[in-house]
Design a protein around this ligand. Sequence first.
Ligand SMILES: Cc1cc2nc3c(=O)[nH]c(=O)nc-3n(C[C@H](O)[C@H](O)[C@H](O)COP(=O)(O)OP(=O)(O)OC[C@H]3O[C@@H](n4cnc5c(N)ncnc54)[C@H](O)[C@@H]3O)c2cc1C
Length: 493
Amino acid sequence: MTTQKVDVLLVGGGAMSATLGTLLRRLDPSLKITLVERLDHVAHESTDGWNNAGTGHAGYCELNYTPTNDDGEVEIDRALSINANFEISLQLWSYLVKEGALPEPDQFIHPTPHLSFVWGEDNVSFLRQRYEKLSAHHLFKEMEYSEDPAVLAQWMPLVMKDRNPDEKVAATRVAHGADVDFGSLARNMVRNLEQHENFTLKLNHEVDDFDHAKDGSWHVRVKDRKSGKSHTVHADFVFLGAGGGALPLLQESGIDEAAGYGGFPVSGQWLVCKDPAVVSQHHAKVYGKAAIGAPPMSVPHLDTRMINGEPALLFGPFAGFTTKFLKKGSKLDLLKSVSISNLMPMMDVGINNMELTKYLISEVRQSHKDRVATLRDYFPACQDKNWDLAQAGQRVQIIKKDAQGRGKLEFGTELVAAKDSSLAALLGASPGASVAVQAMIEVLERCFKEKMASGWADKLNEMIPSYGKSLKTDPELLAEVRSYTLSTLKLAK
Ligand SMILES: Cc1cc2nc3c(=O)[nH]c(=O)nc-3n(C[C@H](O)[C@H](O)[C@H](O)COP(=O)(O)OP(=O)(O)OC[C@H]3O[C@@H](n4cnc5c(N)ncnc54)[C@H](O)[C@@H]3O)c2cc1C
């Protein structure tokens, strides 16, 4: 078996590894970096444009980021954090565009207003309270609110056409929202990395075994999926950016920090319309409220999309149950991930989430007619024949132990790192690719502490002007940064 020695091994070629590779390469161009991807292209799992919703998650429209607490108050903290984190992504992308490392912004990001839309007295009063709280904060000061059907009809004509005029409705809008083709973004990042002599891309190669050597490095077995032959990569640092495949790899690594983690896969489907006559009448991402029992990522939304230069409307996601951890994974993924350390937490989650199970079963049993009936809540005049069903990507929700040692289901993302900082894995999928830059900065801060203290932090600051400062508490900094990113990425009208 041949061996190769690298400084950094990136496992998986999605948005996360592409972002970490980009950051590392700019922080230290002498680093030898190899990216291993099991498919014949990078960014063809969750990061591909058709596999995710392409929402540049900034907390503008996603009602699940602003829950109501037991006192009836709308909580906005999560929305503020997500908004500030998205601004960090926008800064890195702006820097890369300016440097010529990414193409023109219209190749991967498109200005698309973000709207939240609700109906019924209770929901309208929730949205009004949400608007009052959010718009009082500088991060959300551009948010608009209306209960006037005529204004709403201007913002989203298809949603308001043929709607019951007696129904109480309300919407908020942020005009500078974004639709992001994360597939195009990640592919362009990797294309740029490939131009560098210290970067190697290995497609059709799969990581399947790890050995932690005495000197602290990792000996990683990489299999060529075409020839079936394996070779070993010796890496000082390994990042598991394998999307749904990160959990089994983390378990395989055997690090203590992996104990107790399990995964709950949820698949998704979209209704897709490519009819130009329909597509041209909607220009927004319109998010509603999730159905009772639905997981937070199943909030219905009607989206303008631009994927690989092709315009479309997407509605969904409709959730489904699967035992695969990757769209192109194996049906045995879930079973293989069960171990002694996570068996109890996984059983707890199965027993304590009956509402979710019932919801997933009801989603799976839906017919095309049922799905179009749900779409009619957002587009009353839609016609069945214009909409086709398409398979979205896989999400693997995190299962971990709570303070009492019982299993609980998490809907966010989590970075798990070895205590010697030699390996890190990103689990979970929400808010996802939108906050990839902040997630990868966390990798740098946790696993490259000394380098960050001796120069990397300053270099990061050149790429991300707000790095080390708080956009949440500094309105002037936010104004400066936002004006720079919106104009560089051509998101401002
Ligand atoms: C339905 C849906 C809607 C979403 N909507 C949004 C949204 O609107 N906005 C947003 O920001 N995020 C969204 N997300 C989340 C977002 O898509 C993901 O967070 C992001 O793409 C994850 O990137 P990644 O690099 O971690 O994983 P992936 O893109 O899945 O990439 C992982 C890669 O690792 C490879 N791999 C796996 N195992 C191995 C192995 N053993 N060896 C080598 N390679 C391996 C895979 O083939 C794959 O290419 C959505 C996700 C889904 C499923």
